[in-house]
Every structure is written in C-alpha cells, then in structure tokens.
Design a protein around this ligand. Structure first.
Ligand code: ZN
Length: 261
C-alpha cells in the first residue's frame, strides 16, 4: 500500500470553490501528488461535540452551514459515499485509546470537509468519514486522537485536519487581492508554525496558545486550529512535517497546508 501523508488543510471561505486564487489552485492540483486514498477521514473545525463522533451513514448529505453566500454554493452537493465500516474501525481505535467515541449515522459533511474536498477530489468517488472536535479539550487531546487513528494510514486512508492556519474573521480585508502581502501578525504566526514543524518541536506546537506570536489575534477561538493537531498526531513519530502550501485570502486568512509523513 503506497504511503499517504497525514495532512492539514486550511479550508478558507466557501468562496474558495468559486474563486480562483493560490489556495484554490493548490487544492485543485494536490491530489495528483498523492497515491489515491482508499478513503478519507477528515476532522472539521465546523463539527464540535462533547466526545469524538464519526459520521457513519452510507450516503452523507452535504450540509450548507454558512449564510450570505451566492445561491450557487447552496446548490452544490458533494455526493461522496460514506464508509460505515471505516467509521466503526476508527471509533474502535479511539475507544482502545480511552476516548468514548461514538458513531453518528445521520450527520452529513459540513463545509469544512466538502469545500476542500470538492477541489481535491471533484469526482466525489472516494468514501469520506468526518470526525468531530472537542474544542474545550485543547491541542493535546486532538494530538492523541490523531495518534490513535494513525493505524488507518496503513490501509490507505487519507487523514485530514481541516481548519485554518489563522482565523480571525474580524481582521479580514475582503477587498484584498489574492496576492496582497499579509499583515505582520499573520506572517509572524505562519512563520513560527512553519519553523516548529520543520524542527519537529511537537511540545512547542502543543503550547502554541502561550508561545506562538500573536496567537490571540490569529485565533480568537481554538476550533479552527485544532484540526492541525489531529494531523500532527497522525504523523509518524519523529517524522518531520513540511509546509506544502503558503498563501492568504482576504490578506489575513492564512491558507497554509502541511503534510506529515
Ligand atoms: Zn471554517
């Protein structure tokens, strides 16, 4: 089985699907660099539950969990099949690691999943299981969740954390050109994360809230950065990750992506 990385993706605004730009082009091209996954397990910043939950329906619906966007976006569907057997196996791995994981047969895919997947795998022919976050439990918890799921990678499952490298909607410059340089606080936060990933400094990354520059403005709340830790946890121990994409939309929304071997 060819080896797939664990990946963190910044999913941006739903407009990412419709508007050309650096992150749009990256996502459209990235799948060609990967072996074809047998299935995708994706943790989304837009699904928060008290305990880990996995979508377990055979045909998860497309959830349009956003407001005020063009009608075209609400007509979009991402009709990938689910994978109830994978959901069951993932829940078993999580329970084995001490997490009270459960299945949700009714839950569909929110835009944290289907926006990036529509660009990565537009044919929607790879089964997808979505995983929820427990935001109040912080980075260490999500790192351990990712580690518990690591064995799925041996079966060709692409483990994805879908969030945003920075996520402060009050600071977006909605008229900014796609290639406008970011504000200094965005660049400093991006660079700190990239440096720590390149150096394999897991403890520093887990302590990002206290240690990363401008953490409070980069992430007023945690949920869009926690999927990063699911991907980091699913990495091979001591495997150094790499930043595989670096850009911003609306100047301040960092769209960086990481792959962990
Ligand atoms: Zn989001």
């Amino acid at each position: 089985m060819p080896s797939l990385p664990a990946v963190f993706l910044s999913h941006g605004s739903p407009m990412l699907i419709l508007e050309d730009g650096r992150a749009h082009r990256f996502l459209k091209g990235y799948a060609a660099e990967l072996p074809r996954p047998t299935a995708i397990l994706i943790a989304s910043a837009h699904w928060e539950t008290a305990e880990p939950r996995l979508t377990a329906g055979a045909a998860p619906e497309t959830i349009h969990d956003f407001g005020g966007f063009p009608a075209e976006l609400y007509r979009m569907r991402y009709p990938s099949p689910g994978d109830p057997a994978l959901a069951e196996r993932a829940a078993g791995l999580l329970r084995g690691a001490g997490f009270p994981a459960g299945l949700d047969p009714a839950r569909g895919l929110d835009h944290g999943s289907w926006v990036p997947l529509s660009l990565l795998y537009p044919a929607a022919d790879i089964p997808v299981v979505q995983l929820s976050l427990q935001t109040e439990l912080g980075p260490e918890h999500h790192y351990r969740v990712g580690a518990a799921l690591r064995p799925l990678r041996d079966d060709g499952v692409l483990i994805v954390g879908s969030g945003s490298l920075t996520h402060n909607l009050m600071r977006l410059q909605r008229q900014a050109a796609d290639d406008q340089p970011p504000p200094a606080w965005v660049a400093a936060f991006e660079d700190w994360i990239a440096d720590k990933v390149a150096a394999g400094e897991i403890a520093a990354l887990l302590a990002w809230r206290a240690r990363a520059p401008h953490a409070a403005v980069a992430h007023p709340t945690d949920e869009h950065f926690l999927p990063f830790f699911v991907a980091l946890g699913a990495a091979t121990p001591d495997g150094r990750g790499a930043r595989i994409h670096h850009s911003q939309t609306y100047a301040a929304l960092a769209m960086d992506a990481y792959a962990f071997p």
